[in-house]
Design a protein around this ligand. Structure first.
Ligand code: SF4
Length: 410
C-alpha cells in the first residue's frame, strides 16, 4: 500500500536520473535528504539510471542505503522485499506517470534508444529500443481516460522510432488507435526525431482531431559539422524544409525544439549561424542547454571543450533571442479563441493550457477575470465557482507575455 509520505513509509523507493549533471545533483540531494530523515525501521532503496551508472560508488559511499538497483529492476526489488507472488508480476508495472489530481499523465511507449548521439549516456544506461506492446499502451490509456485524465502525453527517448524493433505496428497506427478510445481528451507527442517524421505521420497528426497540433522536435544544432560530431543527422536546409512542410501541412502547428550550446569545438561563427537559424525559423518554443560533458560519452573526449563562461554567454544570447520571438508569437494570439484545459484552480488563480502549451515546460493561460482575488462569476471567489481541474473551457486571449497568456472565459 502506498504511504501518504516518506515519514509513514516502511520502504522508501528513490528513482534516480543520471542524464545530465543537473539531474544527477538533484537525485543525490534527494537521496541525502531522505537518508537524513530515515528511521531505524525504514528501508531506503535507490534505483534508476543514476543508480545503475554509479552502483559501486553508491554502495560504497552511501552505506545507509539498503539496496541499489539499476533500471528495469522491478522484479529484483520485489524479490529483495520478498513481497507476495501476486505483487511480483512485472505487468504490475505501470507505463504512465501522473500526479494526484492532475489533468494530464505521461504515458511511456518505449524504453531505451538505438541511436548514438555522442553527448548522450542514455543508450549505454537504458540499452537499445524496446517498444511496449500496443495492447499494453492502449489498456493503460483507457484506464487513464476512465480515471478522468484529459491529456495523455506520449513519451519515449524518441517516439518516432516506436515499433521499429517489433514489426510493422508504428507510431501512426498507435496514434489512430489511441484516438479511437472514447472520451474527451487530448494526445500530446513529445520528442520526435527530426529525420523520422514521414508523410504517414504528418498526415495522421493533421487528420486526427484528438492529437494536439504541437510537436517537440529536438534538432540540437543547425550546423552540419557540429551535428556530425554529435552523431546526429540533418542540416540547416533539411530542417528548413521540414519546418516549412509541417507548418504548411498541419495548420496552426506549434513547434518546439531543443538546442545544445557550447558543444566541444563549436566556433563563434558556428554559434552565430545557429543563432541566425533560430531567428529565421522562429520556433514557437525553444529550450537551450549548455553542453554538459558526461563521463563515458564520446563527446566528452573531444579536446576542444568550451569554457563555462562562453557556454553561459551563448546560452543567454539564444534565450534572449527566443524570448523576443516567443513574445511576438504570443502577441499574434491576441483576440484568438482557444479551448483550454484547466490545470490549476486555487483561491485567486485559475489557469489552463491551450494545445500549444505542454505542461511543466511551456507557459500557461491565466483566466483574466480570476486574478488577484477578483470576484468573478456572480460574486464567488475563484475556488468557489464551478470550474474544476480537468475541465475544457473556451476562452479568448486578452493579453500576452513572453511565456504566459491571459484570457477571458467565453
Ligand atoms: S536520440 Fe535522444 S536518447 Fe537517443 S542517443 Fe540521441 S539524445 Fe540520447
Amino acid at each position: 500500500m502506498e504511504a501518504p509520505g516518506p515519514d509513514e513509509a516502511d520502504v522508501i523507493l528513490i528513482n534516480t536520473c543520471g542524464f545530465i549533471n543537473d539531474a544527477k545533483e538533484e537525485s543525490i540531494e534527494h537521496i541525502l535528504l531522505l537518508l537524513n530523515r530515515k528511521k531505524p525501521c525504514q528501508k531506503v532503496l535507490v534505483f534508476g539510471c543514476l543508480a545503475q551508472r554509479y552502483m559501486r560508488e553508491m554502495i560504497e559511499e552511501l552505506p545507509e542505503v539498503d539496496g541499489v538497483f539499476g533500471v528495469d529492476s522491478f522484479k529484483e526489488i520485489m524479490d529483495f522485499l520478498s513481497l507476495p507472488d501476486r505483487n511480483r508480476d512485472v505487468s504490475y508495472r505501470r507505463l504512465s506517470y501522473k500526479e494526484d489530481g492532475s489533468s494530464y499523465a505521461y504515458l511511456k511507449i518505449a524504453e531505451g534508444c538505438n541511436r548514438q548521439c555522442t553527448f548522450c549516456i542514455i543508450p549505454s544506461i537504458r540499452g537499445g529500443l524496446k517498444s511496449y506492446a500496443p495492447e499494453r499502451i492502449l489498456e493503460e490509456a483507457e484506464r487513464l481516460v476512465r480515471e478522468g485524465v484529459k491529456e495523455i502525453i506520449l513519451v519515449a527517448q524518441d517516439i518516432t522510432s516506436y515499433g521499429i524493433d517489433t514489426g510493422n505496428y508504428r507510431l501512426e497506427r498507435l496514434l489512430r488507435e489511441l484516438a479511437s478510445i472514447e472520451g474527451d481528451f487530448w494526445i500530446r507527442l513529445l520528442y520526435l526525431y527530426p529525420t523520422m517524421i514521414d508523410d504517414a505521420l504528418i498526415e495522421t497528426i493533421a487528420e486526427v482531431d484528438k492529437i494536439c497540433k504541437y510537436l517537440d522536435i529536438p534538432i540540437q544544432h543547425s550546423e552540419e559539422r557540429i551535428l556530425r560530431l554529435m552523431g546526429r543527422p540533418g542540416s540547416p536546409e533539411l530542417f528548413r524544409r521540414l519546418i516549412k512542410r509541417l507548418r504548411q501541412d498541419i495548420p496552426g502547428v506549434v513547434l518546439r525544439t531543443t538546442v545544445i550550446v557550447g558543444f566541444p569545438s563549436e566556433s563563434d561563427e558556428e554559434f552565430s549561424r545557429l543563432l541566425d537559424f533560430i531567428k529565421e525559423m522562429e520556433f514557437d518554443r525553444l529550450g537551450a542547454f549548455k553542453y554538459s560533458p558526461e563521463e563515458g560519452t564520446e563527446a566528452c573526449k573531444i579536446k576542444e571543450q568550451i569554457p563555462e563562461e562562453k557556454k553561459q554567454e551563448r546560452f543567454h544570447e539564444i534565450m534572449k533571442a527566443q524570448a523576443e520571438i516567443s513574445y511576438r508569437k504570443n502577441r499574434d494570439l491576441l483576440n484568438r479563441r482557444f479551448r483550454i484545459l484547466i490545470d490549476n484552480v486555487s483561491e485567486d488563480l485559475i489557469a489552463g493550457r491551450y494545445y500549444g502549451q505542454a505542461p511543466e515546460i511551456d507557459g500557461i493561460v491565466i483566466i483574466d477575470n480570476c486574478m488577484s482575488g477578483n470576484i468573478p462569476f456572480s460574486g464567488q471567489s475563484c475556488s468557489e465557482n464551478k470550474i474544476k481541474t480537468g475541465e475544457f473551457l473556451d476562452v479568448r486571449i486578452t493579453d500576452a507575455y513572453e511565456y504566459d497568456l491571459k484570457a477571458m472565459l467565453l
